[in-house]
Design a protein around this ligand. Structure first.
Ligand code: ATP
Length: 450
């Protein structure tokens, strides 16, 4: 299968956010959390297709960043950390957005995004903005630990997954016998009390990050920053985002966090704008020095040859899992005109991220036995789907909408000749393939380019 089918190659886009949101709900990719109660702003649930897409993305990331290398190790740390963590990291004092309230409509906006507020007041028919003075609003979500509700039991849900990679640095380095340079990676949930969640899952209050902190000697920081910048950009292209929709954007000096030396975003061209899906940052030795200072523990390392004792510099790669899923969906979505005036909606996922790899479709319900046997064999290797209802054309369309790369039709000849018709999603071409070699046949086509 060629991932760059003609329609993708042309680079045109046929998706609006409204259409994408509707498809995601209808097909069970992503929909509002607690939908039966009217949803809850900034929280989303992934359905049967969505969770497969997300798991595939996370597995590909883990494979690439952790398993294929001997200089990155993984962890899975708790969501709630010792409160001193967030003092040391600067989140207690600085992790806030300026917020204003509109006195007319009572809505709340980020003071640095007043274009939204402008839209709000024009809806109200007012040409005058009547906002409160900006106030700083800390984005960390609070919770209580234990039974009493005094200040000593207050805790925060982590607003990013990386802090434990710093606080665990010494333990992980010693336990895994890693030497500088090396990285620690994890995938997990993060929470931010965003003032204005918007653009579907793009800005949520609960989301997942896939982060890696690479610890190196200060003299090698430029080399590793450049390495990870290029590597992370390439990853997004390899999982199927088309080249013209992915770019690096270097932060200007005045955008950098005070401790950061350099930062580059991986931006994706969403239907609403170019926006960040991943950040690559040179964070200097800020994190290890701060946690060293606040904990009273020495987090530095000693060079075995020179005996130099120093805090390593950290190059961070921080991917938003939900944002990247949204990019995969937006990039894959396509409406195509067929002969006879029909339109098909198809998700041109790279086969590696496609939620379902193959659908087994008996031409008639009478052929269920053989088709079920084939499905059972395939399920041991790939995520499969079985569908015997409706005419075959309609069943193909349903799989196109789910982004399933292959449909395997078991027909009246299959019993006799041991072959099935394999229909490929993008080209819609069909070929007869012996059932005996079907696993190898599919595997070769599913693992293309990775
Ligand atoms: P933004 O400026 O868009 O708020 P950020 O610069 O604060 O993002 P980081 O703190 O660098 O983001 O987080 C790293 C990654 O985590 C981002 O590239 C993004 O993919 C993801 N992310 C951050 N905030 C959210 C959110 N509210 N919802 C979904 N994903 C998020």
């Amino acid at each position: 299968m060629t991932q760059d089918s003609d329609s993708k190659q042309a680079g045109e886009r046929s998706v609006s956010m409204d259409k994408l949101v509707a498809l995601c709900a209808r097909r069970g990719f992503v929909f509002p959390s607690s939908e039966i109660y009217g949803g809850i702003n900034g929280f989303w649930d992934y359905g049967p297709l969505g969770v497969e897409l997300k798991n595939n993305l996370k597995a590909l990331w883990w494979q690439r960043v952790v398993r294929e290398r001997d200089d990155v190790v993984g962890v899975d740390s708790s969501i709630i950390a010792h409160p001193r963590t967030w003092e040391a990291s600067g989140h207690v004092d600085h992790f806030s957005d300026p917020m204003v309230d509109c006195r007319a409509c009572k809505k709340r906006f980020r003071a640095d995004q007043l274009d939204d507020a402008g839209r709000c007041s024009s809806r109200e028919g007012s040409s005058e903005h009547d906002f409160t003075e900006p106030r700083n609003f800390n984005l960390m979500l609070q919770t209580q630990i234990g039974a009493s509700e005094d200040a000593t039991t207050a805790a925060h849900l982590r607003p990013e997954t990386c802090q434990s990679l710093f606080t665990d640095f010494k333990r992980v380095r010693e336990a895994s016998r890693q030497k500088i340079p090396f990285g620690i990676a994890q995938i997990g949930k993060a929470f931010r009390n965003e003032i204005t969640p918007r653009n579907f899952t793009f800005r949520s209050r609960e989301f997942e990050q896939a982060e890696m902190e690479f610890f190196c000697h200060p003299s090698e920081r430029e080399k590793w920053f450049e390495y990870w910048r290029a590597e992370r950009l390439q990853f997004h292209r390899d999982i199927g985002l088309r080249e013209s929709h992915v770019r690096n954007r270097t932060h200007d000096e005045d955008e950098l966090a005070h401790y950061a030396r350099a930062a580059v975003d991986v931006d994706y061209r969403f239907p609403f704008d170019w926006q960040e899906i991943e950040g690559v940052h040179d964070r200097g030795d800020w994190d290890l020095s701060r946690h060293g200072e606040f904990s009273g523990k020495d987090l530095g390392v000693t060079d075995e040859v020179t005996k130099e004792h120093y805090n390593p510099v950290v190059i961070e790669t921080s991917m938003g899992v939900d944002r990247t899923c949204l990019a995969l969906l937006a990039d894959a979505y396509h409406e195509e005109s067929l002969e006879g005036g029909e339109t098909r909606t198809v998700l041109h996922f790279h086969p590696a991220v496609a939620p379902v790899k193959a659908a087994v479709l008996p031409l008639s319900k009478k052929l269920a036995e053989g088709a079920r046997r084939l499905e059972g064999d395939l399920r041991r290797h790939f995520n499969c789907f079985y569908d015997e209802s409706g005419n075959i054309g309609r069943r193909y369309r349903r799989q196109d909408e789910a982004g399933t790369p292959f449909c395997l039709t078991w027909d009246f000849d299959s019993q006799e000749d041991g072959r099935v018709t394999v229909r490929e999603r993008d080209s819609m071409e069909q070929e007869r393939v012996p059932v005996e070699g079907i696993v190898a046949y599919l595997r070769e086509r599913l693992e293309v380019g990775l």
